[in-house]
Design a protein around this ligand. Structure first.
Ligand SMILES: NC(=O)c1ccc[n+]([C@@H]2O[C@H](COP(=O)([O-])OP(=O)(O)OC[C@H]3O[C@@H](n4cnc5c(N)ncnc54)[C@H](O)[C@@H]3O)[C@@H](O)[C@H]2O)c1
Length: 345
C-alpha cells in the first residue's frame, strides 16, 4: 500500500534522528528516500533504522524517482533555501529545521515560492511545543497579571560545542536566539516592531565571534521584550528554555524554564494605604501532552496538511522571528535601533 505522505529526508546528520523516529511511528507516512551530500551519511542512516529506501546525493533526483510529496529539510542552515525552493518547485510540501533561511531576502523568497506553488512550508520551532510555555501563555491570556508591559528572558549557558559555532560570527544570535525570540512572540502574542542590540564577547569566551548580546525589542502590543544572553557563561546556568519574567498591569508571571510557571498578582480587596500591596500566587496548570517539542511541532505540521490550513510555524509567521534575529545583528553592527516591520511585512 502507498502511504499518504511519501517523505524524502534531506540531511542525515544528528538532528535527522528525531525526525526519522517521528516519521517511523506515523502510520500514514513512509520514508521513500534519504539524501545527503555525503552519501555515506545517508547510507549509515538507512542502516541504523533498517530502511530499505534509496539513498541519493541530489534532492531533485530523489523527488523525481520516488514520487516524494513531502520533504524534511534537516540540512545545515546554508542549504535550507536551496532545498526548500527546489522541493516546492517540484510539487512537494516542506517541513524544515530552523532557521527558515540565512537572510531576510531568502526568507521572503521562500514565502513567495510557497504562494506561487501553493505548497506548504513550515519551520521547526520545538520550544513552542512545551506544555509549560503554553501554560505561561494561558496564564497571561486569562488576564491574571493584566496587560503585559514588559517581558524579560535571561539565557546564560556555557556549552563547549567545538566545531562551527566556535568560529562563526554572532554564534548566539544566529544559532540560538531564534528560539528565545520565537518564544517571546508566543508568550506575549505580539509582533516585533523594533530592536536595539549590543553584542559583545565577554572575557573568558572561547568563541571567535560575539557570544553574548543584550537586545531591547518594542512589540506591537506596546510592551518591551528584553533579551539578555550568553553562550560563554560558566556557572549557575539558566534553562535552555531561558528564565522569564513578565510584568503586567496587576502582577508578574515567572517561569524559570525548569519548573512550572506561576503568577503573583495584587490580592483582591482594598489595599489603600499599604506601601506594598498583598499578592496572591497562582500556579499555572501544565497540561500533560503525549507529544512535546519536536514531536509536538511535527504533529502540528502534519495536522495543518490534514486540515488544509497554515501551520502555527508556517514560513509567513516564522519570518517575524527571523526578522528579530537579523534586525538584532544589524543593530549590533550599526549601533542603531532597527525597525523590524519593514523586514517581515
Ligand atoms: N530545533 C533544534 O533544537 C535544533 C537543534 C540542533 C540543530 N538544529 C538544526 O538542524 C539542522 C541540522 O543540524 P544538525 O545538527 O543535524 O547538523 P549536521 O551537520 O549534523 O547534519 C547536517 C547534514 O546535512 C548534510 N547536508 C548539508 N547540505 C546538504 C545539502 N545541500 N543536501 C543534502 N544534505 C546536505 C550534511 O552533510 C550533514 O550530514 C540545522 O539547521 C540546525 O540549526 C535544530
Amino acid at each position: 500500500m502507498t502511504e499518504k505522505y511519501r517523505v524524502t529526508v534531506a540531511g542525515c546528520g544528528g538532528m535527522a534522528n528525531s525526525w526519522i523516529q517521528y516519521a517511523l511511528q506515523r502510520e500514514d507516512t513512509e520514508i521513500v528516500a534519504l539524501v545527503d551530500i555525503k552519501i555515506e551519511f545517508a547510507q549509515a542512516m538507512a542502516e541504523k533504522y533498517g530502511l530499505s529506501c534509496k539513498v541519493f546525493t541530489d534532492l531533485s533526483e530523489a523527488i523525481r524517482e520516488t514520487g516524494t510529496n513531502l520533504v524534511f529539510d534537516i540540512t545545515i542552515p546554508a542549504s535550507h533555501y536551496g532545498i526548500s525552493t527546489t522541493a516546492m518547485r517540484l510539487g512537494c510540501d516542506v517541513f524544515t529545521e530552523k532557521p527558515l533561511a540565512e537572510s531576510m531576502a531568502e526568507c521572503r523568497d521562500i514565502i513567495r515560492i510557497s504562494d506561487e506553488t501553493g505548497r506548504t512550508h513550515a519551520v521547526m520551532q520545538n520550544r513552542r511545543f512545551d506544555p509549560r510555555i503554553r501554560a505561561l501563555r494561558q496564564l497571561i491570556d486569562s488576564g491574571t497579571i493584566g496587560r503585559p508591559g514588559y517581558a524579560g528572558a535571561d539565557f546564560f549557558l556555557g556549552p563547549h560545542f567545538g566545531g562551527f559555532r566556535d568560529v562563526m560570527d554572532s554564534p548566539l544570535l544566529l544559532d540560538m536566539a531564534i528560539h528565545t525570540f520565537d518564544q517571546a512572540r508566543l508568550i506575549l502574542g505580539a509582533d516585533p516592531i523594533s530592536v536595539y542590540c549590543h553584542e559583545f564577547n565577554p572575557p573568558g569566551s572561547w568563541y571567535a565571534g560575539n557570544a553574548a548580546a543584550i537586545c531591547i525589542f518594542e512589540m506591537s502590543d506596546g510592551s518591551v521584550f528584553c533579551y539578555r544572553g550568553s553562550w560563554c557563561a560558566e556557572g549557575a546556568p539558566t534553562s535552555w528554555e531561558a528564565s522569564w519574567r513578565i510584568t503586567g498591569e496587576r502582577g508578574t508571571a515567572v517561569w524559570d524554564g525548569v519548573g512550572a510557571p506561576y503568577a503573583e498578582s495584587v490580592a483582591p480587596g482594598d489595599q489603600t494605604g499599604k506601601f506594598m500591596f498583598d499578592y496572591v500566587k497562582e500556579e499555572a496548570e501544565v497540561a500533560v501532552q503525549d507529544h512535546t517539542f519536536h514531536y509536538g511541532c511535527l504533529d502540528e505540521m502534519f495536522a495543518s496538511l490534514e486540515e488544509g490550513r497554515r501551520a502555527e510555524t508556517d514560513c509567513r509567521d516564522n519570518i517575524q522571528s527571523m526578522a528579530m534575529v537579523f534586525g538584532a545583528v544589524e543593530s549590533a553592527k550599526t549601533g542603531k535601533k532597527v525597525m523590524l516591520e519593514d523586514l517581515w511585512r
